[in-house]
Design a protein around this ligand. Structure first.
Ligand SMILES: NC(=O)c1ccc[n+]([C@@H]2O[C@H](COP(=O)([O-])OP(=O)(O)OC[C@H]3O[C@@H](n4cnc5c(N)ncnc54)[C@H](OP(=O)(O)O)[C@@H]3O)[C@@H](O)[C@H]2O)c1
Length: 275
């Protein structure tokens, strides 16, 4: 709950219908947030998150599902407006929606695709979701965040190796752009009360971003449970992380048994885009 009112804090989680977004949305709901989730299309998965949220204290009333493509500025604004209308405000935005290399090839993990063989339309689709999406969603919440002198933006990124791994373009480079955006935005936001941070699983996670079957594993052979995102996402959205901006947090290193500040220190990683 908000420290000054009985209204719940409010979060928007893009791409909340499955995978990491589903975990973060339900963790925020369980932590008492009212949550809007988005997906680019209607799906049984989206309906299932609504049903799961209905089982939590506060029930279905505190979860708003919206079909909205993050790369569409008009829909981004409509997501923010609908959230304000339903819940009375927005305190946190988790830019999680992402498109991966399966759009390029179902066998990208075993047969890397050269960048020149990636169809231009597919390249644009991935960049639209992974780079332009966080921009238009963040732009839509910023007037609200600046006016209330409080807000949390959490940008979901990937491991440094993935950004430059052969056959991972444009997915890898799209996340390198997101990391550069985050660092630059943190500088813009200094002193505003609004924070922006990076959160990444710290390896391949067991979601539909990766092919199904035996090829669903990371380059190191491991596969993380999506649940690793829950505790750090909730903390980064909370008032407790007010002094943290421009950080890069590796979810698998977050130990929920530790006090949050200690867990944050242990899970903080150096920037990929340094300077
Ligand atoms: N899984 C991993 O190993 C891993 C590792 C590092 C980082 N990540 C990042 O984690 C984030 C979540 O990915 P995930 O692994 O959970 O993948 P996922 O299971 O494929 O989920 C992606 C989510 O984003 C939604 N989405 C995709 N494009 C969208 C768009 N244009 N507008 C609105 N929603 C959209 C999807 O719903 P619809 O398809 O219905 O639109 C779905 O809800 C991504 O940013 C990804 O890059 C994943």
């Amino acid at each position: 709950m908000d420290a000054h009112t009985t209204s719940p804090r409010v979060a928007i989680v893009t791409g909340g219908s499955r995978g990491l977004g589903r975990v973060m949305a339900l963790a925020l709901r369980a932590a008492g947030y009212a949550v809007t989730i988005t997906a680019s299309g209607a799906s049984a998965a989206l309906d299932e998150v609504v049903a799961e949220a209905a089982e939590l204290p506060g029930g279905a009333e505190l979860l708003l599902p919206m079909v909205a493509d993050v790369s569409d500025p008009k829909r981004a604004q409509e997501v923010v407006d609908a959230t304000v209308q339903r819940f009375g405000g927005v305190h946190a935005l988790v830019n999680n929606a992402g498109r991966g290399m399966r759009l390029v090839s179902e066998t990208f993990t075993t047969d890397p695709v050269h960048f020149w063989d990636v169809p231009a339309a597919t390249w644009a689709q991935i960049i639209d979701t992974n780079v332009n999406g966080p921009f238009v969603m963040s732009q839509a919440v910023m007037p609200l965040f600046l006016a209330q002198r409080e807000g949390r933006i959490v940008n979901v990124s990937t491991s440094a190796q993935t950004m430059i791994r052969p056959g991972y373009a444009p997915y890898g480079p799209s996340k390198a752009a997101l990391e550069a955006m985050t660092r630059s935005w943190a500088t813009d936001l200094a002193g505003s009360g609004v924070t922006v941070n990076l959160l990444l699983p710290g390896g391949a996670a067991d979601t539909e971003l990766l092919p199904s079957g035996p090829d669903r594993k990371g380059a190191d052979g491991n596969l993380l449970a999506p649940d690793v995102m829950a505790a750090p996402a909730v903390w980064l959205c909370s008032p407790d992380s007010a002094l943290v901006s421009g950080a890069r947090v590796i979810a698998k290193l977050w130990d929920p048994a530790l006090p949050d500040a200690e867990a944050f220190t242990a899970a903080s990683a150096p920037h990929v885009v340094a300077g």
